[in-house]
Design a protein around this ligand. Structure first.
Ligand SMILES: Cc1ncc(COP(=O)(O)O)c(C=O)c1O
Length: 376
């Protein structure tokens, strides 16, 4: 008979959402530095904090001096679309899609920019054949597909001598994996994922070839002010020093600084990766011990260590809804239902802000929710 008694121990922080993700351990809003709030972001104090945030991101990401990094509006979507709208159209375009967000960039390229891209797709749980990519074109891909839990294993599929530019939506990948920046011309992310920061702002990383494109090519379509990275034919360098295009949320910036200082205290990127790896391994053990749970991403080499997507035997969307609601009601796990467009299943964030002990504590709760949902 199935045991449906409530497990004794709950995860201390039941925050397993894949975005916005759990705040860093020890986070409290009253710990944020607030002197920059209520001041002009162009005053010395605002500019200093924005520049400090940029410097911290560069340090923790181990971003080389060849690449610029700046804070832009509109979260990851804003940053990625800014890159698409300002740089695409100069040559052919290839878009790779293996889940919902990659599919969103296909829609942008095909329906909005009308670029007639070559689209290379794979089903949820799979990676397409990356050797098929024509690198004489600009290539758009999602480093870690948050809604399928499938990622590229590394940047080896990107040739050093590519003619086109590589555009990586890296929002649930940065701070969790090693990234060979020499292979990346454009990368974007938002603070709300691995850092446990706030949405609202995006981060745009540009390599030298992307800057060259921006300065030598003017797209055929009009650009809204929030997308304009070039002034009089030259890159607006101020954006990469903290002179934002429009007014930023200094509260979100201070929140990101808190997370980045926490990351630095862990030893930076190595510390963040170690936490994410340990979380993914702990969840992997839970899955291995249960015949009713499986990984949506079958190939371990391309399985996410941040947004881990799980299959549940016999589950449909209604079952998963019930399953997730049971866990939420007990304050045992929040936001663990898979993404709305993905096959019905669970998605459990394993990024660095989650504590491994909380992943471990989740196992018996998943058993309880499964048995309870089935019994009900
Ligand atoms: C891979 C990927 N791209 C883009 C987005 C959109 O990010 P944002 O809401 O920060 O714009 C997300 C959000 O979950 C994502 O996971």
């Amino acid at each position: 008979m199935t045991d449906i008694t409530l497990p004794a121990r709950k995860p201390a922080r039941p925050h397993f959402s894949s975005g916005p993700c759990a705040k860093p351990p020890g986070y409290a809003p009253e710990k944020l530095t607030v002197e920059s709030l209520g001041r002009s972001h162009r005053a010395k104090i605002g500019k200093t904090r924005l520049a400090y945030c940029i410097d911290l991101m560069r340090e923790v990401l181990q971003l080389p001096d060849t690449h610029r990094i700046g804070i832009v509006p509109g979260s990851d979507t804003g940053a990625f679309e800014m890159a698409m709208w300002t740089m695409l159209g100069a040559r052919g375009v290839t878009t790779l899609a293996w889940e919902s967000f990659g599919e969103g960039w296909v829609t942008d390229a095909a329906k909005q920019l009308k670029l007639d891209p070559t689209v290379i797709r794979a089903d949820y749980g799979q990676l397409p054949d990356l050797t098929q990519v024509d690198w004489s074109t600009d290539v758009l891909f999602t480093w870690n597909g948050t809604t399928s839990g499938v990622r590229v294993p590394n940047a080896d599929f990107i040739p050093a001598d590519r003619e086109g530019l590589s555009f990586a939506d890296a929002t649930s990948a940065v701070f969790a994996y090693d990234i060979d920046w020499s292979k990346i011309d454009v990368a974007t992310f938002s603070w709300q994922k691995v850092l446990g920061g706030e949405g609202g702002h995006g981060v745009l990383i540009l390599g030298p070839r992307a800057v060259e494109r921006l300065e030598s090519y003017t797209p055929a379509w009009p650009l809204p002010k929030v997308f304009r990275l070039v002034s009089k034919g030259k890159l607006a360098e101020g954006v990469f020093k903290g002179e934002t295009i429009n007014t930023p949320s200094m509260l979100a910036v201070e929140d990101a600084i808190f997370a980045l200082e926490w990351a630095k205290g862990l030893g930076g990127l190595e510390g963040l990766k170690a936490r994410s790896d340990a979380n993914a391994a702990a969840l992997g053990k839970i899955v291995a011990d249960r015949d009713w749970l499986g990984h949506l991403a079958t190939d371990e080499a391309s399985r996410s260590k941040t947004s881990v997507c799980l299959t549940v035997e016999g589950a449909d969307a209604d079952f998963i809804k019930k399953f997730a609601a049971l866990l939420e009601k007990q304050d045992a796990a929040y936001d663990v239902a898979g993404y709305r467009d993905a096959p019905a299943g669970l998605r459990i964030w394993c990024g660095a802000t989650v504590d491994t002990a909380d992943i471990e504590a989740l196992g018996p709760w998943l058993d309880w929710a499964y048995a309870t949902a089935k019994a009900g």
